[in-house]
Write a protein that binds this ligand. Sequence first.
Ligand code: SF4
Ligand code: SF4
Length: 388
Amino acid sequence: MQILELKNFSQAGAAEANEPPIVGNRVELQLLTTLRCNLKCTYCSLGVGEVLGSQRNVTYTMAELDAFIAKHLAGYETYVTFYGGEPTLNLEFMAQVMERYPAFRFQLQTNGTLLDRLPGSILSNLSNILVSIDGGEGTTDTHRGRGIYRQVMKHLDAIRGRLGGVATARVTWSSEDTSFEEIDGLTRHFDYVYFQFAQKDDIYHPEALAKKRGVLTQLVEKFFASERLYPVIPLMGVVRNKVLPSRAQELYAGLSQCRVSTHILNVMPDGKIYPCPDMLYLPQMQQGDVVGNWLRRSPLQPHPDMPCQSCDAFAFCRRNCMKNLYRAYVQGDEAYRRQVVEPVCDLVRFLGEEVDRHDPHRWYARAPLALRKALADCEVYEYVEIMP
Ligand code: SF4
Ligand code: SF4
């Protein structure tokens, strides 16, 4: 399917209008509680297009959200991610949503610095907390500010006993000096670690790529040497997709595992809806509106100019990041393609090759049943992009 430019929703073609907006049986409502943030991270994607800080509070009403959910989401298994800005700056909205929709599943994406403000009634109802962190103390404080690493860890320890679900470290891997020990160390503080290669130009020079490959090699070695499941989501995801290829497709209709083409709705504080939280500044990406009570299928779909289907990694990667692919191959941003997209794709292919060196099928065949189940059914796959 081609990416559709939405000039005027009322002029959209009849075929598009007849498509169900949500693909599959579940939907993720990513509710941006505010676009304010109390940190200034060096690589913040909301900085693009002047999005950060542009909307302070939710301006649609609960009655409008009710009407939107009744009209478009009835019958879907629904999970809500509170997102921002820093979502905990609007606790009142989080509490209202939890109270209003008690059967939904809830997740929080946070920078972790205000976790101590969360009441037990919210904590006990969270299936997962995704905490943004960059690695060890030095790396995290370089990107987020002095003392942030210790503050986050202290708050995490303090809330552990009251958290209903799991805690996942969300690492944006930008520094070439991030070591194996840093990422590995996070597995001792969190239930899971997810890492994503930073989408930033000027960081993927040959020496930096070589260092990242070295760390990936060590992580994969540890994954296959561990007696328990090594809880690093991109490694788990690549192995799962290789040994159980249907799992790479079933929740996403064969499309991107970050859900942007199928069933994730990023709802801005003003009620406008977009598939990808990094593309909130592009009018042609709008796919709905809570206030206007309309929803169409995600416009962020595979395009013939994207190279994925002829890529060796496609079977397990499945279009890692649609935003990257859109910018590089549909908008034709050559510099971004060379400096970000191609190096990240090379790293993904390398990761797949490293996994293959350890014969994942043989490893899986010998693994205890509990480990196989944990690898196949980890709920955190539903909350993160899976691929790095
Ligand atoms: S590695 Fe890149 S080109 Fe290959 S499938 Fe993934 S996103 Fe597509
Ligand atoms: S991985 Fe998906 S959600 Fe994340 S930036 Fe890329 S397209 Fe957007």
